[in-house]
Design a protein around this ligand. Sequence first.
Ligand code: PEP
Ligand code: MN
Length: 355
Amino acid sequence: MFDDLKPIDAAGGCQTPLYIAGPCSAESRGQVLASARGVAACGVSWLRAGVWKPRTKPGGFEGMGDAALEWLAEAKAATGLRTMTEVATPRHLEAALRSGVDGVWIGARTTTNPFAVQQIADALQGVDIPVLVKNPVNPDVNLWIGSLERIYNAGIRRLAAIHRGFGSYEPAAYRNPPQWSVVFELRRQIPSLPIICDPSHIGGRAELVAPLARQAMEMGLDGLMIECHCRPQEALSDSAQQLTPDELRQLIGSVRLRRTPDAPDAMRDFRMRIDALDDRLIELLAERMGVAREIGRYKSQHGMPIVHRDRFNEILEAASAKAAEKQLSSKFICRIITDIHEESVRQQWEVNNKK
Ligand code: PEP
Ligand code: MN
């Protein structure tokens, strides 16, 4: 399976990396046309825009629906961009195809639901368009692969995955923290599958998008899907994370392309795995310090001292035992835990003593 995939662009002359950009949502004819012109001026070949928006709660902006498909068709005629939208049901797919949309993506919430993906797959039988499958909201690589398999089994060969980060309950620096280890596992299991990054939904804030995009390219991903709006501050959805066309141009200019790999492929794979693990270590440390600050507040409210010598000894003993179990040097682990504890104490102090 997956050994006869074709480039996303039918003609084969696939732009590398593949850039897809456009507003989170198609809001009005004028907004779609202005955003499309901005995107086209950046040299991007695909326009994205959401027509049906999956909102977390009812009452949010749920997209302009079928009417917006006409604006996409008009933007395509005016700019030559190929168009792409999200489909969550067979009806969405049929309406999108009827209006001449060139490609579709399956959103993170839909990928999570095998029934919904299968219905879309059934409706895709006999259709030859690019289909991009976003990761499910939860970091489950098999659920992601299952959705890709359903679409592949429907006969789709222009197939790609999109990493848009994973939902997290803990407050995090990113709206949907990335998990590169999941991406590398997907690449390991399906080496022929292009993987695109959506730094907009990962970051959730415009200033985080460009650094994430560069990181994704360094990680060897094959393209970027970026939200770009002619006037982001007026956007009806995801206003904080959309770039202006100017910002998009700067971002594209700043992406370093790896033309010739400077290390053999195997080395690059190792390095990517190491980078992904380091990333997880940092996320975990950030989470641990978050808990430390909560403890700091609690202790202060209850008149408790910050440092309890017995507690630290307990932590060190547990770490030492775990180190032995994992064939790690207990000296090394105790040194790290001591540093982490010291920083934890500092954070507990800071949370009550700094305004
Ligand atoms: C989107 O692309 O606008 C969107 C809703 O994305 P996701 O499915 O990643 O949340
Ligand atoms: Mn969005």
